[in-house]
Ligand binder design. Sequence first.
Ligand SMILES: *Cc1c(COP(=O)(O)O)cnc(C)c1O
Length: 468
Amino acid sequence: MVAAIARAQPVAVLKSKAETPDLRGLPSVDRLLKAAEDQGLFHRFGRSLTADAVRAAIDQARTDLRKGGGLTGETALLDQVHQLLADWTSASLRPVINASGVILHTNLGRAPLSREAIAAVQAAAGGYSNLEFDLAGGRRGARESHVESLIVRLTGAEAALVVNNNAGAILLALAALASRRKVVIARTQLIEIGGGFRIPDVLKESGARLVEIGTTNRVHLDDYRSAIAAEGPALVLSAHHSNFRIVGFTAEPGREEIAALAHENGIASIEDLGSGTLLDTARYGLAHEPTVQESLAAGVDLATFSGDKLLGGPQAGILAGRADLLKRIRKHPLARALRTDKLTLAALQATLLHYLKGEAETVVPVWQMIAAPLAGLEIRARGWLEALGTGELIAGESTVGGGSLPGEALPTLLLALTAASADRTAQRLRLTDPPVIARTQDGRILLDPRTVLPDQDERLISILKEIG
Ligand SMILES: *Cc1c(COP(=O)(O)O)cnc(C)c1O
């Protein structure tokens, strides 16, 4: 401890003796530590962490003195120790109120889980489970068994496997099926999605070799045909455009044609669906997102998609398709490295059960938000406005986000609040408890009821009142 302090002594900052601040005015570490103990800090935070905070507070006071600041008294130092300990021990990952109107906000954790999925996570987390145990036979079981039959039933796949996320699902599929072989993909689909996920990079990491075909805006079935003939690839990969849209002079063959061509040549066709919805987005005034069922029915041999995008479940990557391909994939060492944990499987099983029972639209939060009628949103926004007594309701748009449905929007009603500085107010809202994430536009704060969970309304209003 003493050595650490000695190292922190001033070096060459001081020009003359006359300017040397009197560091002796500060309390010693031991004395401050004793005062902290007397205040019960050892009991609350442990001796070692409290000692770290005491040293940090004293170091800061020394620095302040050397910079020509005043002497920090013992009471102020103890306050700082308290503050440091509170900061260090507070959870940094915490719930926020999403008033941004972006339903699948990747920065805000994508899909909130249904009540049943949360209960399933809690039950699996707090005790033991039959995760890999066949209860009837008393033998070892398979962890995917809890969700595989549900995925099969819902999608029409022969088999399914769940891994950590969709990026992992694609990596695994390519590594298992195309390592050291070629993979044909259209230039229109060489996408980069958020977080630095680039299809060409994933291909490279899997050990597969990329064969690009077509141009940026157009690719034809003949491009696939010639590439298959010339390159002898292991498979054809298609990827959802995710977060961008090509408009204008564009062309891409349908998945049926690509799959049929692949089969004529004895190779597999794989599709990265991205979001991978089980429900038809067109029923909610949005563009049609290809469903997993459609992809497989069109002859795609293996579809991959995320668990926490339009499925509305936990982070996961789902591979659904031909049983023989999945058998090879399961045997690859990466399958073990990317396996899902029991909490994910518990949440995913509960989420898939909602689809099986035909209740996803009414109980899965992502679908509740997508399906929320404008009239209901207006009632909530009006309720906020009346409780606040200030602001204005304006027509606006919510978006789905999560790399699905780019450019598509759902009409909503926004509460618009005028602020001296919208950016400053937005920042203050981000620093409340819980933090509120809002949009700003034309110097105003915009709050969208679509993505605020109904049980957060009251807290949101009291925060808005406090902020003023
Ligand atoms: C989101 C997305 C991914 C990555 O999925 P994660 O579950 O986030 O790993 C891959 N491909 C497409 C097309 C996507 O939209």
